[in-house]
Design a protein around this ligand. Structure first.
Ligand code: KG4
Ligand code: ZN
Length: 346
């Protein structure tokens, strides 16, 4: 069994956790949402500074809550890619320092592999192979999870990520940042059938549609045009109905692709990860579609959907148990494909 202290600072959450394999001993999350809200999105320099201000307290707090001395840990892990470079550097420097001072193995973790591992925290018996639907602010992918560190991307978005679509639609409706949770709340009060919006099919050169790829920028433009038209016609409309119709369209589109992919690849389990996995419309749609096709659908509990260090620690424990460690010369990368995670280990 591996006890890991893990740090996550890739975007706007400063998080530190202590895990023992798939068991969470502590998971401290300091959200920066209120700091970025006045700007309508994450400001990278502000995020880095805020991480710097809170990281030491988060580390102390995670260790205290876990009731484990640092000497008893087997490794120190940190998200090193992909993400905001300045933000990643704060976590990386803190993790390297701890590893060096306390003479512990050091592990860099791919943020998306962390989101995949979030599913193991609630379901410790889970084992590959399975299909992961990864839906966050920066990514929308269908990933074939073959083994720890071995992934194949089967589908992805051609433009905006699902979370980005929620954020952009919320911005154009002047609902603030981040958009996902606000739209989710409004959608609960609206009629999802009120407006018909385009699902965003991706054409294939030979004709027909790509079954696993998605596109959300057309949907965002369709919402914008619809609002402009309704305003021009001086026609009152319900923002709840619009939120519900938009959410329904995204959820239907994602569920359809995930189910088709799982059936084609004969994978009977679909796990979901990333901030949009918290969306109640997606949870409802995909659970129902999974049940109809006899597929097991696993959503992490809400606190493990959005960014957190527990999922990073869980991925790191699995790597350490296989003898993987990272060199202390490891740097951060703003972009890194999930298929290249083994580059991080020696
Ligand atoms: O995974 P995450 O915390 O950070 C990234 O790695 O990107 O995901 C953040 C994204 C944001 O776009 C946010 O609007 C979206 O997840 N999100 C949601 C919900 N909660 C967060 N989207 C839809 N419904 C939600 N309930
Ligand atoms: Zn994330």
């Amino acid at each position: 069994m591996a006890s890991i202290l893990a740090i996550e600072t890739s975007c706007d959450e400063t998080s530190v956790a202590v895990v023992q394999d798939r068991q969470v001993c502590s998971n401290v999350v300091y959200s920066q949402i209120s700091v970025h809200q006045p700007y309508g999105g994450v400001v990278p320099e502000v995020a880095s500074r805020r991480h710097l201000e809170t990281i030491n307290q988060a580390i102390a707090c995670a260790l205290e809550q876990a009731q484990l001395p640092i000497s008893s840990l087997d490794g120190i892990a940190v998200t090193c890619a992909p993400g905001l470079v300045g933000a990643l550097l704060v976590g990386l420097t803190a993790a390297k320092t701890l590893a060096l001072v306390h003479q512990k193995p050091f592990l860099g973790v791919h943020h998306l592999e962390g989101h995949i591992y979030a599913s193991y925290l609630d379901e410790p018996e889970l084992e590959p192979p399975f299909l992961n639907l990864l839906v966050s602010g920066g990514h929308t992918s269908l990933i074939y999870v073959k083994a720890c560190g071995c992934y194949e991307t089967l589908g992805q978005t051609r433009d905006d990520a699902a979370g980005e679509a929620f954020d952009k639609v919320a911005r154009l409706l002047q609902l603030g940042y981040p958009g996902g949770p606000v739209i989710d709340k409004l959608a609960a009060l609206g009629n999802p059938q009120a407006f018909v919006l385009p699902e965003g099919n991706v054409s294939r050169p030979g004709g027909g549609y790509h079954p696993y790829d998605s596109s959300f920028s057309g949907l965002k433009t369709a919402v914008l045009r619809l609002v402009q038209q309704l305003q021009q016609d001086e026609q009152p409309f319900s923002i709840q109905d619009l939120a519900a119709s938009f959410q329904e369209t995204v959820a239907r589109s994602l569920a359809k692709r995930a189910i088709a992919c799982a059936l084609d690849y004969r994978l009977n389990t679909i796990t979901v990860g990333g901030g949009v996995a918290a969306n109640s419309g997606l949870r409802k749609h995909l659970q129902a579609a999974g049940a109809a096709h006899n597929l097991r659908v696993l959503f992490p509990s809400l606190k493990f959907c959005t960014d957190n260090a527990a999922m990073i620690g869980c991925a790191a424990a699995e790597h350490l148990n296989r003898g993987h460690t990272s060199p202390l010369t490891l740097g951060v990368q703003s972009r890194l494909s999930i298929t290249d995670v083994m580059q991080l280990y020696q």
